[in-house]
Design a protein around this ligand. Structure first.
Ligand code: AVJ
Length: 345
């Protein structure tokens, strides 16, 4: 889905809706977007570099270039996740809409909303005036999504939220019934505790009878998993490197990115892919905003992302514990990916 430059750039707006000219859509800037973003970014980086092992918040991977690179990852032959999930949505969107009945679609981490298309088409059968609330930290991806949806689904009302998942919960009180979407195994970026907290928050903000559609990548052969995160074209490597390009640009961190290597491997015990930037030689990472610098030694690895892989038999009880019951499980013939349609009890 291409970014359409016709979406007007809006004046900086904090906490109030920006109507997008000639459309029925609005782009909301969550309140957190009003604080000093560079200072917040710097503080997060400093905290991560003080941790051992060192790690960075994966949320910052998704600036404009990062969102674009991730979209390119989804088209790589080795990256089966998006393709497999899209085929499930294509096949089952109508079944899903029949199981939930009419609903407002709220999507966490919507990106360019490419896969959501199938669901929007299915829900348009109930009424063409579907409301769709995408939530994402990438402003450019949201604008691209709004534009594409306006074109493909002119009757759909898009209320996009540029902000964190946490800020989306405030919207839940104003819409019902809801189908909350968390697709693409994005939950895999969260550790066990973070995902349990997140699911609890989702359950707490839904009303009985609301639904939650969760897409997860299932545990599979290590070779297939590692190939997906080490594509031959090098897009995954560029995606990891872009975090440092962004830090150089926005924080003045002065890293020579040619001295970094992308390392993604499967940890069989933790059942997760771990992605790192390995420093081929020692470098000093500067954070002038905080007047701090960090010496990174040759061979050191900084964790940029985890991507957890799931077993239905452990995930399902976890979802039940926080207050969901399974309506239906959709999975492909190879059992590579699963969509869980859950109902808030
Ligand atoms: C966006 C979290 C689903 O974990 O597969 C892909 C991110 N990073 N390749 C994933 C990612 C490198 C992706 N998610």
């Amino acid at each position: 889905m291409l970014f359409d430059p016709r979406i007007p750039e809006t004046a900086p707006s904090r906490g109030f809706p920006v109507p997008l000219e000639g459309t029925r859509s609005v782009l909301l800037q969550a309140s957190s977007q009003g604080k000093d973003p560079a200072l917040e970014f710097a503080a997060s980086v400093a905290a991560g570099l003080e941790r051992r092992p060192r790690s960075l918040d994966c949320r910052f991977l998704y600036d404009e270039e990062g969102s674009r690179l991730y979209e390119e990852i989804t088209r790589q032959p080795e990256y089966y996740l998006t393709r497999t999930e899209a085929s499930l949505l294509a096949r089952y969107a109508v079944d899903i809409s029949r199981l939930t009945g009419p609903a407002t679609l709220v999507e966490f981490g919507s990106g360019y909303s490419v896969k959501t298309d199938y669901l929007l088409s299915a829900y348009e059968a109930w009424s063409p005036e579907v409301s769709y609330l995408p939530v994402d930290v990438s402003d450019s991806a949201l604008r691209g999504a709004i534009c594409a949806i306006n074109r493909a689904h002119p009757a759909v009302r898009v209320i996009a939220l540029h902000g964190t998942f946490e800020e989306a919960f405030a919207l839940f009180d104003h819409v019902s019934p809801i189908l909350a979407l968390f697709l693409g195994s994005t939950v895999g970026n969260m550790n066990e505790e973070e995902s349990r907290d997140f699911f609890t928050r989702v359950a707490d903000h839904l009303r009985p009878g609301d639904h939650f559609l969760l897409g997860v990548d299932l545990l599979k052969d290590k070779g297939l998993l590692e190939a997906a995160y080490n594509d031959a074209a090098g897009v995954s490597a560029a995606f990891t490197g872009n975090l440092f390009v962004r830090m150089n640009r926005e924080l003045g961190s002065q890293i020579d990115t040619s001295g970094l290597e992308h390392v993604a491997r499967f940890d069989a015990e933790k059942e997760q892919i771990e992605i790192h930037a390995r420093f081929l030689r020692a470098q000093t990472l500067e954070l002038p905003l905080l007047q701090r610098s960090f010496r990174i030694e040759a061979g050191e690895e900084i964790l940029t992302e985890i991507s957890r892989k799931y077993r239905i038999e452990t995930l399902l009880p976890e979802m039940e514990t926080v207050g969901f019951r399974l309506r239906r499980l959709f999975t492909d013939e190879r059992r590579w990916f699963a969509l869980l349609l859950l109902e808030k009890g």
